[in-house]
Design a protein around this ligand. Sequence first.
Ligand code: AMP
Length: 428
Amino acid sequence: MPSFHAPRGTRDLLPDASSGLNRLEGIARSLAGRYGYREMDIPIFEQTAVFERGIGEATDVVEKELFRLASRTEDSEAWALRPEATAGVVRAYVQHGMQTWPQPVKLTVLGPMFRYDRPQAGRYRQFWQWDAEAIGDPGPAVDAEIVELGYRFYVESGVPDVQVLLNSIGDGACRPAYLEQLTAYFGRHEAELPELERRRLDANPLRLLDSKDPAMAALVAAAPRIGDCLCEACAAHFAAVRTHLDALGVPYRLEPTLVRGLDYYTRTAFEYYRHGAEGQQQALGGGGRYDGLVELLGGRPTPGIGFALGLDRVMLALEKSGAAAAVEAPPLAVVVGADPTDTVSRLRVASLLRAEGLFVRAELAQRKLGRQLESASRDHAHFAVIIGDELNGGHVQLKDLEAGTQHLVALDDLARDLARAAKSHHHG
Ligand code: AMP
């Protein structure tokens, strides 16, 4: 017999986990609504070039982790599963002429992302993100607004002690001089660099600051800092972001080596961590300003900023902190019948009640009434709707399993009576 299992690095979200994810998505949607971010959807795959240009070829995400799809015919385009949402959202912004909409355009996407990463705890090949993007506002106030939006998500989700790490990575005016310094610095230490980092040194030295290789930690700590090289405009922007965050009471820590190491990422960069878990490659989420990205994907130069929050890691953090798991709600009523074989009537009555929005189970096992009622009690249902001969006259027995009382109810009144009882007993 073959034994099948979910692909490596993926997880089945069983009902408890799935309702945990739904709860987080509900909080994200509610927050997005309150902050004026409108939900949209993009395909889960795109032309590979969207990611190569939009994220950058010299990045882990594209170089090592892109989930490329096999071409179906020789001349077909190259596709890949989305490793994140920003590139696709910006592609859509350009494609649909959102530059003509009132700016900024605030968008949000929820859904699975895919990276062909080495699976480990908190690192999967399919994982869920909440993504938010504000395109068309140069900041700095919107930078603080979006950092606070992400922070609030953790507060409302119940993840304790989340801290924002914050940095500015400069722009086209000040970064080139900094990159020269950085290249010279790593050049002096070339012999100590791991193979991959040595190759990246020419393509983009900023990536080295972002390296996941533990061998790089000491070198990175002693490297020149972008914060010391910011031009006046970038320094003023960064100071204003901090003033806004202070006013909002968002706890952040300046982290001079934090980069989103790509040329078109500019200025504000941030990540969210559980306090005490900083730097363990286990960011809960992250984001940054990307004033060059719209242009790179074929649009007019347009500033933008966004974040991606990993929902799997929030679920893990909640498990660790012992936050209450989702509890399965019992049905309000179970429909049972005196005639074990008459599943038609039981289903029909259940269907009527379900159409009125009630959570009702029909007992479909063809067994004696007593056994059917036992199963209703085991379900912790509040009521049993008992179908007997009275059905011919349009009536059923309604048994309150909690109070132990029973009375005859007209079928026409049943949904109303149950709904009223549900309301007064706070049933879902
Ligand atoms: P990034 O765009 O790499 O900064 O990712 C943003 C967030 O998505 C991270 O902070 C993680 O919470 C989450 N994330 C990224 N990659 C994975 C993965 N392979 N498995 C689970 N979560 C991930």
